[in-house]
Design a protein around this ligand. Structure first.
Ligand code: MG
Length: 378
C-alpha cells in the first residue's frame, strides 16, 4: 500500500486524485489531506477515508468545523501536515506560490513529490533543483504535457533527446486576433474548449501564461536547455506532448483530455494499471490531428516566459506573483483581459533582479510583484 498525503484536496486535481485513489483502494491509502477553505468537501473526504491521520485547513477560522482530531490550521498548515504525517508520496495539487514551501519541505524530509503545483518550479525551480540534488528524492509530473514527455522518455537517455515539443491547445480565444481580445469577458475566458480545469489555469491558458509556465517547468523537470524546449499549437489536445530524439524519431503520447491518467501515472510509476475513464480516446476511429507553428506575436507571454526562464534568479517568482494577482483582479472584473499581460510585463520590468535567491527572497519577490500589480490599477 502506498500512503498518499494530498495537498489541495478540494480543487480540481485534488478531487481527481481522490477518484484515482478510490479506484485503486488495494494500491493506495489516503493518509492526509489539506485544503484552503472548503470545509464541507474536506469533511466528506474525511468520512470516506478513515485512514486519514492529519488534516490541514488554510483558513484558521474554520478549524473547529473540521471533523477530525488532528487538524492543523493557518498559513503553515500544509508544512505541519508534512511534518506530522507518515506518508510515502506527497501529491501537491495546490494552486499558487504557496505550494512551493510544501514541495521543498517534503523533498528535505526525503519524500517524493507528485507535482501538479507548477509554481514550485516556475517561482522556485532553483531551490527545488537544489533540494533534489541534496536529497535522494524524485519529482513526478502531474501536468498532462510533462507527464506525456515523462512517458515518452522512458527507456531512452536524456543525451539522446534533440528536443521536447510541448503542445498547446491555444485556450479559450485561440480563434481571436489580439484586436478582438480587447473586450472579452470573464465568462468567455472561463470556457476552455478542451479541458475542464480550475479558474486560474483556464485564464492562464487563454493568455498562454500557462504554456510559458510549462516551458519553465519542463526545463527544471527534465534538465534540458531552453533551446531544446519547443511549443506547437495543437487544437485537439489529443497529443499531450512529444519528444524528438537525435535520430529524428518523434515519440508522442496520445489520449483523452482526462487528468486522471497523468495523476495515476505519477502515483504508480513505473507501473501502468487500469483506469476507468468516461470517454477514453479511441484511435481506431477516424480522427484528425492539426498542428500549427506557435505565434509569439499573438502570445507575447510565452515569449516572455522564455526570457524569464533563461535569466532564472527571482524572475520566475515575479512572473508568477504578478500573474496570480492580475488574474485575481481580472476575475473580480477590476481589469481587462489584456491588462493581465500588461501587469506581468510591467512587474518584470520593474523588479529588482536577484541571481541566487533564498526562499525568503522569493517570497519577498512574490509579495512585491503582487503589490506592484495592485498599485498599478489602483
Ligand atoms: Mg498542462
Amino acid at each position: 500500500m502506498k500512503k498518499i498525503l494530498l495537498l489541495g484536496a478540494t480543487g480540481s486535481i485534488g478531487l481527481q486524485t481522490i477518484d484515482v485513489i478510490e479506484q485503486h483502494s488495494d494500491e493506495f491509502e489516503l493518509v492526509g489531506i489539506a485544503a484552503g477553505n472548503q470545509v464541507d468537501v474536506l469533511n466528506e473526504i474525511i468520512q470516506k477515508h478513515p485512514s486519514i491521520q492529519v488534516v490541514g485547513i488554510g483558513n484558521e477560522n474554520k478549524k473547529q468545523e473540521v471533523h477530525h482530531d488532528n487538524v492543523f490550521a493557518g498559513k503553515d498548515a500544509m508544512v505541519q501536515c508534512i511534518e506530522h504525517c507518515d506518508y510515502d508520496l506527497l501529491v501537491n495539487a495546490v494552486v499558487g506560490f504557496r505550494g512551493l514551501k510544501p514541495t521543498l519541505t517534503s523533498l528535505y524530509k526525503g519524500k517524493d513529490v507528485a507535482l501538479a503545483n507548477k509554481e514550485s518550479l516556475v517561482a522556485g525551480g532553483v531551490l527545488v533543483r537544489k533540494a533534489l540534488q541534496e536529497t535522494n528524492t524524485s519529482l513526478y509530473p502531474i501536468d498532462s504535457e510533462h507527464s506525456a514527455i515523462f512517458q515518452c522518455l522512458q527507456g531512452n537517455k536524456k543525451e539522446q533527446v534533440k528536443r521536447l515539443i510541448i503542445t498547446a491547445s491555444g485556450g479559450s480565444f485561440r480563434d481571436k486576433t489580439r484586436e478582438q481580445l480587447k473586450d472579452v469577458t470573464v465568462e468567455q475566458t472561463l470556457k476552455h474548449p478542451n479541458w475542464s480545469m480550475g479558474k486560474r489555469i483556464t485564464v492562464d491558458s487563454a493568455t498562454m501564461v500557462n504554456k510559458g509556465f510549462e516551458v519553465i517547468e519542463a526545463h527544471f523537470l527534465f534538465d534540458l536547455d531552453y533551446d531544446q524546449i519547443d511549443t506547437v499549437l495543437h487544437a485537439q489536445s489529443i497529443v499531450h506532448s512529444m519528444v524528438e530524439y537525435n535520430d529524428h524519431a518523434i515519440l508522442a503520447q496520445m489520449g483523452s483530455a482526462d487528468m486522471r491518467l497523468p495523476i495515476q501515472y505519477a502515483l504508480v510509476y513505473p507501473e501502468r494499471i487500469k483506469l476507468e475513464e468516461e470517454h477514453p480516446f479511441d484511435a481506431t476511429q477516424t480522427f484528425t490531428l492539426d498542428f500549427k507553428k506557435m505565434d509569439f506575436e499573438r502570445y507575447p507571454m510565452l515569449k516572455l516566459a522564455y526570457e524569464v526562464g533563461r535569466k532564472e534568479g527571482n524572475l520566475g517568482a515575479v512572473f508568477n506573483g504578478a500573474d496570480e494577482q492580475a488574474v485575481e483582479l481580472f476575475l473580480d472584473h477590476k481589469i481587462s483581459f489584456l491588462q493581465i499581460e500588461e501587469s506581468i510585463a510591467k512587474a518584470i520590468e520593474h523588479a529588482q533582479y536577484i541571481s541566487n535567491p533564498s526562499y525568503e527572497q522569493l517570497e519577498q519577490s512574490d509579495l512585491q510583484a503582487r503589490q506592484f500589480v495592485r498599485e498599478l490599477w489602483d
